[in-house]
Structures are given as C-alpha cells and as structure tokens.
Design a protein around this ligand. Sequence first.
Ligand code: ADP
Ligand code: MG
Length: 345
Amino acid sequence: MAKVEFVDVTKTYPDAAQNAVDHVSFSVEAGALCILLGTSGSGKTTLLRMVNRLSDPTSGVIRVDGTPTVDQDPIALRRRIGYVIQQVGLFPHLTVEENVRVVPSILGQSASETSGRVDELLQLVGLEPAEYRKRFQRQLSGGQQQRVGLARALAADPSLLLMDEPFGALDAITRGRLQDELLRIQRETGKTILFVTHDVEEAFKLGSQVVVMDQGHLMQEGAPVDLLARPANAFVGKLVGSANVLRQLEYLPASAACESGGDSSAPRIAAHATLLDALLQLMQSKRRTLTLEDDGRDIGQVTLSGISNVMAAARQTAADQAAEAAEQEPLPARVEGAAPTPDLI
Ligand code: ADP
Ligand code: MG
C-alpha cells in the first residue's frame, strides 16, 4: 500500500496560455481508490503522469510514501507503480503470458519462477489461464485486452496503480463488468489506486474519494456522497448532477432523511442503507414510516415526505448555485445574428 501526496503542484507546458495543473494539493491514503474526475483537458492525465515521473511538476512536490518523486529514480519508481491506459499497449508479437511477464523478466525473474504467478494474475483478472495464456492480442476482445493490461500492471506486485481512462473505449456492459472486477481486485489486494475518468457514473461507482478537476484547478475533493450532498460550486453541482433525483436516491444514505419520532412496529432500515432502499421498502411494505437504526439503536424515522424534502432541498441548492454562477458570469456581448453561447459543461 502506498500513500500519495500532491503539495501545491503546478505544471506549465511551454508556450501554454494557462497552467495544465494549477496549485493542486490533496492526499490519497494508502489503500484508497481515488478518482480524478473532470472534463477533457482539465489536467487529469498530467497529474497522473507526474506520479510515475513520465513528467515532472514545474513547481510543488509529489510524495509517494513520503519521498518526493523527483528524488526517486524514474525507472525504479515505474517498476513500483502499475500503469494502465486506454490503449492498453500490449506487445502484438508476444503471447498473453509473455506480455504479463514483461516486467518480472526485466526484474530478472526466470520464466519458471513466474509461470505460477502468471496463472494467478490471469485468474485474478477473470481470464482462464489454460484458454488465454498462449493467445495473441489479435485473438482477444477489447475487454480481454484490458484485462491482460491490468494483469501486466499487477505483475510486479506494485503498491500503487495508476489507471488513465482504462475502460473508456469499452461498451457499457463490458465496462460495467471490468469495474466490478476492479473493485473486487482492490478489495482482495488492498492496493492504492489513482483512476482517471470523465464519466461521473464510473467515478461514483468506483471511488472512495473523488477529486474534481476543471481547467487545471482542483474544484472539490471528497467522498461521492459529499460531492452530491454538498457541491462546492455550480460546476461541481452540474458535473455530479446534484439535481439528479435518481443519483441522489442511489447514493445518499437513508440517514439524510432522518426525522425524530418513530413507531416501534414499523419496519426497520439501517442508517447506511440508501434513500432508494428506504423508498423501495416504504413502497413494498405499504407503511408510512420506517424506523432508522444505527448499530441496533433506533435513531429516528424515515417517511416519504422526509425523502421528498431531502430531494427538494438538494434541487434548491443546485438551482441557487446555478443562479449565483450565472450572476458572476460576465454577460456575453450581443452580436447581431450570433449563435447562442453553447453550454460547455
Ligand atoms: P485531461 O487528461 O484532463 O484531458 P491533460 O492533462 O491531458 O487533460 O491536459 C491538460 C492541458 O494540458 C490541456 O490543455 C492539454 O492541451 C495540455 N497538454 C497536455 N499534454 C501536453 C504536452 N505534452 N504539451 C503541451 N500541452 C499539453
Ligand atoms: Mg487524459
């Protein structure tokens, strides 16, 4: 497990009008799955590539396990950090087995030493070794290639994995399966993962911590439910869909709708269940209230109107923030016949 700290990190590319990454600070605890979320060009890839020294900050420091990256040999650092990208980058003339073994063999381990490990890794990423070990890239689907890419990144048993939109090119069903596998692998191995995406659903499904980026700036950092319940500004609110009723229901805890009182005969629901669980239980039980319990202790009740109030309050906050942002925005100059300004978010 590895801890990663970004301290006032700025990256300026030559001749660029603005910094690709601008004074960004945040920490990723060991064993966390941290998502870098933002629109295209917001600096996500640049942040990731500075962790394994494919690029270095113009100013500021990145520490991996307490040591600044710039004090570490880039090659040695990259061997300790797995890297998975959308284009996978398997060697087409090597078999699956040989691709997975690339890093261990660079580290001087022989084929006989690593063959058991290759099978273990293929199994871990959901590929039956006997069937896939000898295949070439052209004999694999996109999802299977991405699984091999993940096995290869895990081969040297890195404590940290960097993943840059790894599932971006896959269809929705395959992407969903690979997301489930990644969550399982992370549970089983406890690796620290920094994962880039522009897809909010993916961020919410995978992330224990989400860092929202826009134009090189860190807009907000927190657990998905924090971003949803308390977006720092209109940009974050719009990006995470804080006015999106279904997402609210799916991610906010039932405790968000907790009211005092309670009926001892009412069905019970755990405080960490979601609002959607609560809504479904209310509908199925045809009761007016549920008793909310935390660690076996009654803490209040949840009603349909309580859930509805939470939704309404969230929608109101989002609307207020949008209005505030519109007020701060300079009015576009009126040009005769000009097209309306497109909504870029
Ligand atoms: P993201 O991954 O969020 O889409 P990037 O980190 O790739 O964003 O890019 C952030 C900004 O830096 C963009 O404006 C991009 O054009 C610029 N940029 C990225 N890489 C380079 C580079 N090698 N040279 C110059 N500018 C770059
Ligand atoms: Mg990118």
